[in-house]
Design a protein around this ligand. Structure first.
Ligand SMILES: C[S@@+](CC[C@H](N)C(=O)[O-])C[C@H]1O[C@@H](n2cnc3c(N)ncnc32)[C@H](O)[C@@H]1O
Length: 275
């Protein structure tokens, strides 16, 4: 009997220790991931902060500018630009906000088509390089350092008139928190204004082992870049609902492939301000 009790005590202690270890491992995993569900919707509680992603983009800015040059790379030229331009149709008389503009190549393209442009990026290094590269168009493009994840920073982009259009090329998946971006762009646009954005396809490119839950991970945009950058995965319904919840309807949509590939790399969305 005593022997049985001792054995059962040992088992109980072992059981509790094991449970403790497993529980600690589970807690460590959930706090590392920092995912949460609110009101039945996955909420972007990403595990890399704006500061961490900014440090990476400042470190990569010169490399990025060197790779993009004046013409951008063939991925941008072939897979991103044609459908973005079709949906955005930048033209004379437009006043366009270029969100996360990188080295300003697309801002320059819009300016050459006759638009006035305010272009921003949170990397001060990138903005410095964009100003230098696009200096011949300085009268048409205003380059600004601003953070697309900050409501205050975004509202400072308000100018003498509402924007007719807004564009973001390949950056929504790089922005730590896009909640404020969609509501601020809605406020900054004129009635019926269009917000066109291209971002990595969430079903095929930013997909990891999780699809439904927003999460961040480290990756490389261009082979050989100095440091890895932070990517932020959001499901298609989260991206679409950001538009619907912030006063937009979607009235244009493409999935674009790179070269002959049958798996699309990019989604291109036109969100039209409806309220
Ligand atoms: C892949 S690059 C695209 C640049 C440019 N739009 C293009 O197509 O060449 C992503 C850009 O997003 C910028 N970015 C990332 N998070 C941002 C944020 N929170 N606010 C503003 N810019 C951000 C980065 O600095 C980088 O220039």
């Amino acid at each position: 009997m005593r022997f049985d009790n001792t054995v059962s005590l040992v088992y109980t202690v072992f059981d509790k220790l094991l449970c403790g270890v497993l529980l600690r491992a589970a807690l460590a995993e959930s706090s590392a991931d920092r995912y949460r569900i609110e009101n039945g919707r996955a909420k972007a509680a990403m595990n890399y902060s704006v500061e961490e992603s900014l440090a990476a983009w400042n470190a990569n800015a010169e490399f990025w500018d060197g790779c993009m040059g004046d013409e951008s790379n063939d991925f941008h030229r072939e897979t991103v630009r044609p459908k973005v331009t079709e949906l955005l149709n930048p033209e004379r008389g437009d006043f366009i906000l270029d969100i996360a503009c990188g080295n300003g190549n697309y801002s320059a393209y819009m300016a050459q088509r006759g638009a006035r442009v305010v272009a921003f990026d949170y990397s001060e290094k990138m903005i410095e390089l964009a100003q230098k590269r696009q200096s011949r168009l300085s009268g048409l493009i205003e380059f600004v350092t601003a953070d697309a994840a900050s409501a205050e920073s975004l509202l400072l982009l308000k100018r003498d008139r509402p924007y007719t259009k807004a564009v973001s090329n390949m950056a929504v998946m790089d922005i730590a928190d896009v909640t404020f971006l969609f509501s601020a762009v809605n406020k900054l646009l004129e009635k019926d204004g269009a917000f066109v954005f291209a971002t990595q396809h969430p079903c095929f490119v930013t997909l990891t082992d999780k699809y439904m839950t927003p999460h961040a991970y480290l990756g490389e945009a261009i082979a050989g870049q100095p440091v890895k950058q932070c990517y932020y995965h959001r499901s298609m319904q989260d991206i679409f609902n950001l538009c619907f919840d912030n006063g937009f309807v979607i009235d244009g949509f493409y999935e674009e492939c790179y070269k002959e590939n049958e798996i699309p790399a990019v989604i291109i969305v036109r969100a039209r301000k409806c309220r």
